[in-house]
Design a binder for this molecule. Structure first.
Ligand code: A3P
Length: 302
């Protein structure tokens, strides 16, 4: 990460997205033209929407609750990060190549907006799980991520301003969510909300089982929900990204990564309340009431 974040535009439809140019120059075309398989399972999100949580749930459901492998093999290997894998685990470098060579059925994570994802996703139609989360909590979570993982040295207000101005990586946020909301009724799309997972994980697990054609007993579902609880996942080295946090501590020079930061942090709905002033909250109210969301019948959950 060297903060070389720039707005890249896609000429064909005049869309743009904030990305780290040095990675996207390497990968953008390969990703767009990547081969997709029918039995792939993709988790696509804007960062901090509960990606890791959803990946662990989806991987276990699709692998018939194989807890042994889930504990033995790191989630970043079972479910690699398409466009930024190199900084997350031992496969330094060619994240797309890792995904290309994976044994099928592949499980792939991406934060890319719809228009930067492989074209074949829309013809081959593998299962895609999209997770949305309210932007107040996303921005709060992302601020801590930027500060502790990326080494961002600005203030919370600096970060919030950048978020609301669509200047953080993968922005714009509303459009990211809306693009998937518009195709939520397609058979191969499962559109989830972080807040529903918090409120009723049993129901969400059952929805995921149906989507992936799996059938487990109520006891098995309960065991899975316990495995996926925030405390259990925070204590699970296979999916708590401790290695990433440790690496960030070494790489970042400003010392802000010291202390007890955990990738699986609060894991709550509404943690923005501890950090937002009334003024910031109002700015987010405007952001979540943009006409494009209302016109498409989309509402964030809280
Ligand atoms: P907070 O920073 O608000 O705590 P991502 O995986 O997309 O980066 O999302 C990270 C967010 O999901 C963090 O939010 C993290 O704590 C939360 N999260 C991760 N695992 C969770 C779990 N098992 N239950 C609830 N929230 C979880």
């Amino acid at each position: 990460y060297d903060h070389a974040e720039v707005k890249l535009s896609d000429n064909s439809n005049d869309r743009s997205c904030v990305m780290i140019k040095k990675y996207m120059d390497l990968f953008a075309d390969r990703i767009k033209n990547m081969k997709v398989y029918e039995d792939d399972v993709w988790v696509v999100t804007f960062p901090k929407c509960g990606t890791t949580w959803t990946q662990e749930m989806i991987w276990l459901v699709n692998n018939d609750l194989d807890y042994k492998t889930a504990y033995d093999v790191n989630l970043n290997e079972r479910f690699p990060f398409l466009e930024l894998n190199g900084v997350l685990n031992k496969f330094d470098g060619d994240s797309v190549g890792i995904c290309e060579k994976m044994q099928r059925p592949r499980h792939i994570k991406s934060h890319l907006p719809i228009f930067m994802l492989p074209d074949q996703l829309w013809t081959v139609k593998p299962k895609i799980i999209y997770v949305a989360r309210n932007p107040k909590d996303v921005a709060t979570s992302f601020f801590h991520h930027y500060r502790h993982i990326v080494g961002f040295e600005g203030t919370r207000i600096d970060f919030i301003r950048a978020f609301l101005n669509d200047q953080v990586i993968y922005a714009p946020f509303n459009e990211h969510v809306l693009d998937f909301w518009k195709i939520r009724d397609n058979e191969n799309i499962l559109f989830l909300h972080y807040e529903d997972m918090k409120r009723n994980m049993t129901a969400v697990v059952k929805e995921a089982m149906k989507f992936l054609g799996k059938n487990f007993s109520n006891d098995e579902v309960k065991e899975l929900c316990d495995h996926l609880s925030v405390d259990s996942m925070r204590a699970n080295p296979s999916c708590n990204n401790d290695a990433l946090v440790e690496m960030a501590k070494k790489v970042n020079k400003n010392g802000k990564t010291s202390g007890d930061f955990k990738f699986i942090r609060r894991g709550q709905v509404g943690s923005f309340k501890e950090e937002f002033s009334e003024e910031i909250n109002q700015q987010f109210e405007d952001y979540i009431n943009q006409p494009c969301l209302i016109e498409n019948g989309f509402k964030y959950k809280f």
